[in-house]
Design a protein around this ligand. Structure first.
Ligand SMILES: [Zn+2]
Length: 264
């Protein structure tokens, strides 16, 4: 793998590269790159919003926030860039966006209100008054493709693009196991019971800090009953007649493609 997450370093070097965010978007150079050399941008960086992401081909990569755009660059939306990204690029950008979001929201201690400080050698903010530590927030979610014979259950939320259907997903509740969350979410969203959960894979999803845990499961019983407000429609689909599907970069599409590969 070309990009690896490493412990944060104190010192920056001339060879370091920067992912830059401006008003929540990614800064893109005239050549289309979002990895910028340190030369010329140092005066623009806000030191309070600077984190090391890891190493790309052995070169340290940081994320920084800038208020003013240098000459000759533009910005691109995070979602549109991620939809075209390779797996490595996806990791870099997703990590950059999540850490920036976390830094913005943890400038002050949640317990006593004192300004927090970076903790050396760790990706953490500490409170100098009461000692509380804050680490980047990750919110685990389950995402599941439910199978019934050759069919798959796909549903659409009211926010989806017209005609698009996807797998079921939801946040894991405090105190809940991953497995219980899969059963609960499926029953809440579409009213069916499942069993035989199989873990498939995971994906970091930076909107704003989800970790998607992907499963397959088998239908047991129940008629589809969409949850009001959450699910606009849900249906059983065969590989021969499919709706519009999520983009190929998403774990939902990975689950769907895996099901298709086993049923064609
Ligand atoms: Zn405090």
């Amino acid at each position: 793998m070309r990009f690896v997450i490493t412990p944060p370093r104190e010192a920056r070097a001339e060879s370091d590269l920067f992912v830059l965010l401006h008003k929540g978007d990614i800064v893109v150079s005239a050549s289309g790159s979002y990895l910028h050399p340190v030369s010329g941008i140092s005066p623009l960086l806000k030191p309070s919003a600077l984190s090391m992401l890891g190493e790309w081909h052995g070169v340290a990569v940081w994320v920084g926030v800038i208020d003013d755009l240098p000459q000759g660059v533009t910005t691109a939306g995070v979602r549109s860039l991620l939809m075209m990204a390779s797996p490595d690029e996806f990791t870099v950008l997703a990590r950059a966006v999540q850490l920036t979001h976390w830094l913005e929201q943890h400038r002050f201690c949640g317990r006593c209100g004192t300004a927090t400080m970076a903790i050396e050698g760790e990706m953490a903010r500490g409170c100098p008054a009461c000692g509380l530590r804050a680490y980047p927030r990750i919110s685990p979610c389950i995402i599941v493709l439910v199978r019934r014979g050759r069919e798959a259950l796909l549903a659409r939320s009211p926010q989806f693009a017209p005609g698009r259907y996807s797998t079921l997903a939801g946040f894991i509740e405090a105190g809940e196991t991953v497995e219980d969350a899969v059963h609960r979410e499926v029953f809440e969203e579409v009213g069916v019971r499942i069993d035989n959960l199989r873990y498939v894979s995971s994906q970091s999803w930076p909107f704003p800090h989800s970790l998607m845990l992907g499963f397959e499961a088998d239908y047991v019983r129940g008629d589809i009953t969409p949850q009001p407000g959450e699910i606009e429609d849900a249906q059983w689909w065969t590989p021969e007649a499919l709706p519009d599907l999520p983009p190929s970069v998403s774990i939902s599409r990975l689950l769907i493609d895996r099901w298709l590969a086993h049923n064609r």
